[in-house]
Write a protein that binds this ligand. Structure first.
Ligand SMILES: [Zn+2]
Length: 309
């Protein structure tokens, strides 16, 4: 999970790998004049485009990876129509384009089907030729086409990416899209982290005075990942469940706040914190820490607190 969500900011490698392939697929789709595009076209989509690859051909490892992410690419890409020179049949240019052939009304045998999108416009103008569109496509596809915006410039049509404000694909957005897809298709997503913990961890990661070792300690304490006796003894019978000082189960609360030794440390001069009171009011460590910070104690800043613990 990202640090802002209470995680350690370590990326999911599977999503990272898929994301990079998705970025590569985007570059192939966006730059139909590139060398790589020419090679792939010759082999995998000679009479079409990357959006309609030939099925069932022997594939290279790279191309079969691209095919796996193609649905995500298609779902998040769209073409901004400028001069309308893109192909009607092999570019994703309106909502529902994937099923264009199912919505086609077959014409007489000698009918010449238009090839590029601008052939569906009124000649010389940037407006849909309603009667032509209606005679070629079934509803609701015809309506979707007529609702598609045309930009009044003479540039080439532009491939746009839905997941960034700029409309350009980047590896951060492809990573996120792939991670989401993994979660949607069964990879268990991490538990939601309490807001109080996220808030403290945001301050911890930002804190310049705190050394890294203390930062990761803070994370482990708040995310209940410290190997206290109570926790670690669940995994091995060689580990004592109880506190070596007083024989009570060694939980986070006991170790840091309730053990007589811990209590004595908290009650040292300059601190004078009565930890039983804290634990009685806030049974959760993140809330105890937030309360200590909110008290405005001159010594108890974030760095001191976690270093002290
Ligand atoms: Zn103890």
């Amino acid at each position: 999970m990202p640090k802002s969500e209470g995680g350690l900011g370590i990326r999911n490698l599977q999503a990272r790998n898929m994301g990079l392939i998705l970025s590569a697929a985007w570059r192939i789709a966006e730059k139909p004049n590139s060398f790589l595009h020419d090679i792939l076209k010759a082999k995998y989509f000679p009479s079409s485009s990357i959006w309609r690859p030939k099925p069932n051909t022997p594939k290279s490892a790279f191309w079969s990876s691209v095919l796996k992410v193609l649905p995500i690419l298609l779902q998040n890409s769209w073409i901004q129509l400028c001069n309308g020179s893109s192909s009607i049949w092999s570019s994703p240019w309106f909502n529902g384009w994937e099923n264009i052939y199912d919505n086609l009304i077959l014409q007489n045998r000698d009918f010449n089907y238009p090839a590029t999108i601008n052939q569906l416009w009124i000649p010389g103008r940037k407006e849909w030729n309603y009667s032509l569109v209606d005679s070629l496509f079934l509803q609701p596809a015809a309506q979707a086409i007529k609702n598609t915006t045309i930009v009044p410039t003479e540039e080439d049509d532009i491939l746009c990416w839905n997941l960034t404000p700029s409309g350009k694909c980047n590896s951060k957005s492809t990573y996120r899209a792939c991670l989401q897809m993994l979660f949607d298709t069964g990879t268990p997503s991490p538990d939601q982290v309490q807001e109080s913990i996220k808030n403290i961890m945001k301050q911890v990661w930002r804190c310049k005075e705190m050394i890294p070792r203390i930062k990761t300690f803070a994370w482990r304490l708040l995310r209940r990942a410290l190997a206290t006796g109570d926790r670690a003894s669940q995994f091995s019978r060689h580990i004592d469940k109880v506190c070596s000082r007083c024989g009570i189960p060694e939980t986070d609360l006991h170790l840091f706040f309730l053990c007589p030794f811990a209590k004595a440390a908290w009650f040292l001069p300059l601190l004078f914190v009565k930890t039983e009171m804290l634990v009685a009011n806030f049974p959760d460590i993140s809330h105890i820490i937030l309360d200590l910070l909110a008290q405005g104690h001159p010594t108890l800043n974030l760095n001191f607190l976690f270093t002290f613990l």
